[in-house]
Design a protein around this ligand. Structure first.
Ligand SMILES: Cc1cc2nc3c(=O)[nH]c(=O)nc-3n(C[C@H](O)[C@H](O)[C@H](O)COP(=O)(O)OP(=O)(O)OC[C@H]3O[C@@H](n4cnc5c(N)ncnc54)[C@H](O)[C@@H]3O)c2cc1C
Length: 452
């Protein structure tokens, strides 16, 4: 039997360390178990984008935003499937959480302009691995945390009333937690069986996530009778070069004005929508692949400070097809040249007319940015499929991060935060909302479990 604590946290990603920090700040004694040798999970691998609205950083860049606009965007991107109470909770807590992160020592870079699902620029970027380390260091400064790397939690333990009162470790030892357990064990993007059960349409996608993303917390919650949310909406992110398994080589040139065409040379989607919905669309195309097509003018708007817009770097890496004419480009990517030229000409006509009768594209990304013609060579093609970075669905929670059963009752002593939870995103995902959800609900879970 390990030393008893007030709270056990399962998993050391952004959600786990946010929960641990909030709980220790409230005076609780916490044990955080991380099944890998190093904590960080998908959080540390991520793009470091967090969706916050109404910050001083936005104001400094002339961006007018508000929690209410964030709420409307999140519900719209989630297609109204998301739990409005969770979305409202996020919107109400995010500004305070942003300040709380800064107080802990997290540093933000200027707000990024181009992001999926946002009416105005609101991506606040951090060095993600550094953010996790900073949260961990802040929790350790309280003197109330015991950190256990290389120790996986295997199951939850309950008292005779059914209250979750501790955890059993993979080695067999038990640890008692008088105030409960917080599941912060991430998603299941590294669990092939679960993926094929919930998202068989992504069988041919690329999967990139933290090595511990096996869905352990989902399983443990289900064992306690938890309900789940959003399981039908596992989605990949469009823009991944199909040739490798790293977390790099994704481009969203469509958000700078490129079009997406399939192997038949046809557009198939409004390219300005959420890259998760674009992920669904590309998986339905022949060979599960498309090409992002642009001209030199669009290429020149790339941004080497933003990985998904760093066209120059991808060109140097030899990942683009390039040709002086559209016909030559089509030949290189084995599309009928007449078809590709006709597709581009038709699209340019829509840009001129300000109306895209085929797919309704009216902006570069979501609702901002004017469309650009594709007309000045050289022309570029970037092969693109979908990559599943995370699963964004899972245990149903309430606004205090307590895990719920199907009848809406709470499971005593059981909390969850981050990617192991469902209900917040709904049908799709806004850039920055998963890492944002991890810190916002991690903080809430820690404070609630501690009774703050
Ligand atoms: C490449 C990539 C880029 C991304 N970019 C962004 C982005 O820019 N913005 C955004 O909003 N989202 C992004 N995401 C998604 C986002 O990073 C995740 O949804 C979020 O970080 C999840 O945080 P988490 O703390 O819930 O889980 P994780 O960070 O995955 O942490 C979970 C931890 O729990 C551990 N664990 C699992 N099971 C157990 C167990 N049984 N016992 C003990 N420990 C366990 C894992 O090893 C892991 O360390 C990205 C994801 C990836 C992979």
């Amino acid at each position: 039997m390990a030393s008893p604590v007030d709270i056990v946290v399962v998993g050391g990603g952004a959600a786990g360390w946010s929960a641990a920090l909030a709980a220790t700040e409230a005076g609780a004694r916490v044990a955080l178990y991380e099944k890998l040798g190093e904590s960080g999970g998908s959080s540390a691998l991520s793009g470091g984008c967090l969706a916050f609205a109404g910050t001083d950083l936005q104001r400094a860049q002339g961006v007018t935003d508000s929690p209410d606009l964030l709420y409307r965007d999140l519900v719209e991107v989630g297609q109204g499937v998301n739990d409005p109470a969770l979305v409202r909770t996020y919107c109400d807590a995010q500004l305070e959480t942003c300040d709380w992160l800064r107080q802990a020592g997290v540093r933000f870079s200027p707000v990024i302009e181009t992001a999926s699902g946002q009416s105005v620029p609101r991506v606040h970027t951090v060095d993600p691995a550094d953010m996790v380390r900073t949260l961990k260091a802040a929790a350790e400064r309280t003197g109330l945390i015991a950190y256990h790397p290389n120790e996986a939690v295997a199951a939850l333990e309950t008292d005779p009333t059914g209250r979750v009162c501790g955890a059993r470790l993979e080695g067999g030892a038990s640890v008692a937690a008088s105030r409960g357990v917080i599941l912060a064990s991430g998603g299941f993007a590294k669990n092939h069986d679960l993926l094929m059960h919930y998202a068989p349409q992504y069988a041919e996608a690329v999967f990139v996530a933290g090595a511990g993303s096996h869905g352990d917390g989902l399983r443990m919650g289900l064992e306690q009778g938890a309900d789940v949310r959003d399981m039908d909406y596992v989605k990949g992110t469009f823009g991944k070069h199909p040739t490798d398994e790293t977390n790099d080589h994704s481009l969203q040139a469509v958000y700078k004005g490129a079009i997406a065409v399939n192997q038949d040379g046809q557009r198939f989607v409004n390219e300005s929508i959420s890259y998760k919905l674009l992920g669904d669309a590309v998986m339905a195309q022949p060979w599960h692949t498309a090409y992002q097509i642009m001209d030199q003018g669009i290429f020149d708007t790339g941004d080497d400070r933003v990985r998904i817009l760093d066209f120059g770097r991808r060109l140097e890496e030899g990942l683009f097809y390039v040709a002086d004419t559209l016909e030559e480009l089509a030949t290189q990517i084995e599309i009928d040249p007449d078809v590709l030229v006709a597709t581009v000409e038709r699209y340019n006509g829509y840009v001129d007319a300000g109306h895209d009768p085929e797919f309704g594209r009216s902006n570069l990304v979501h609702k901002h940015g004017a469309l650009r013609r594709i007309e000045t060579g050289p022309f570029y093609a970037y092969p693109s499929t979908a990559v599943v970075f995370g699963t964004y669905c899972g245990l149903r929670i309430d606004t205090s991060a307590q895990v719920l059963r199907a009848d809406g009752s709470g499971i005593d002593g059981l909390y969850a935060a981050g990617e192991v939870t469902g209900g917040f995103h709904g049908a799709a995902y806004m850039t920055g909302s998963a890492l944002g959800k991890a810190v916002v609900f991690g903080r809430i879970a820690g404070a609630e479990a501690a009774g703050a």
